[in-house]
Design a protein around this ligand. Structure first.
Ligand code: OAD
Length: 254
């Protein structure tokens, strides 16, 4: 099914499946937000992991070794994310979901809030929220993840015990947020159609959700301008971008 250009027949076929679906699950990755100006991780040259070492910047060990460097890197990414806007793909998804109550589930690996700002607040976030802070160590006083108790710094520290504040994202080797992967698996098992948008399919367990949906008899369609690691498991591959394909797929559906 894969080709180098968007195949109009495949687009029409996927649109027909979406039109008839009782449940649609959309799994998104960094490519979903690329046209909002947020860099992906694994695209050659432009991806963050082409320029930076994930072991240094996306692991607890890396943070403990160089807390200021890691804090500053996330602070810079936060600035970019706050300045970005949802693109036509985020908007098309949220509008489709609002037109068809009870049909759409969005599961994202993205740590930005663009699905939410486009109007889909129930987005299931597998990898956390870059705009949130949390304590590095469990708080000995049981204080929630509220760094209001922290003194300014890079990173801020607890004024009582020195506990460090860290960004609320999932780093390599960490568990996904409680409930998020369960909710995502339920959505994958319940859907008739899964759209997999803008992910390389390299990171698990998120990458396994497409196979979960397929095993549960869903039609699986990939939306990605480039090959991904999970193309072979899809019924359809739509070679195009999120902001191009999603409006073409969804905007004409009531
Ligand atoms: P990747 O950077 O691995 O993959 C991005 C995918 O988006 C690639 O397959 C691109 O071809 C595709 N892409 C690029 N531009 C696109 C566009 N305009 N429209 C559609 N697709 C486009 O990103 P993820 O698969 O999301 O972890 O990476 C998974 C996880 O690895 C991330 O959540 C992150 C990272 O380490 C955490 O933040 C915890």
């Amino acid at each position: 099914m894969a080709g180098d250009a968007l195949d109009p027949a495949a687009l029409a076929a996927v649109r027909a499946h979406v039109a008839a679906a009782r449940r649609v699950c959309v799994l998104t990755g960094a490519g979903m937000s690329a046209e909002s100006g947020i860099p992906t991780f694994r695209d050659a040259l432009t991806g963050l992991w082409a320029k930076f070492d994930p072991a240094e910047l996306a692991s607890e060990e890396g943070f403990r070794a160089q807390p200021q460097r890691v804090w500053d890197w996330y602070a810079e990414r936060r600035v970019g994310m706050r300045a970005s806007q949802p693109n036509a793909g985020h908007v098309a998804l949220a509008a489709f979901g609002r037109r068809r109550p009870g049909v759409l589930s969005v599961v994202t690996q993205n740590v930005d809030d663009l699905h939410q700002r486009a109007g889909w607040p129930d987005t299931i976030r597998l990898h956390g929220d870059i705009l949130a802070n949390c304590w590095l160590e469990p708080c000995p006083r049981g204080r929630a993840c509220d760094p209001a108790h922290a003194a300014a710094g890079r990173p801020p520290r607890c004024t009582d015990c020195g506990n460090l504040v860290r960004p609320g994202v999932v780093w390599f080797g960490e568990m996904l947020p409680e409930g998020a992967i369960d909710a995502a698996e339920r959505a994958a098992r319940a859907c008739d159609v899964m759209l997999v948008v803008g992910t390389s399919g390299a990171v698990w367990p998120a990458a396994g959700l497409a196979a979960t949906a397929r095993r549960a008899a869903a039609q699986v369609a990939i939306v990605n301008p480039h090959p991904s690691e999970i193309d072979d498991g899809a019924h359809w591959v739509l070679r195009g971008t999120a902001a191009g394909v999603l409006p073409a797929l969804l905007d004409t559906l009531d």
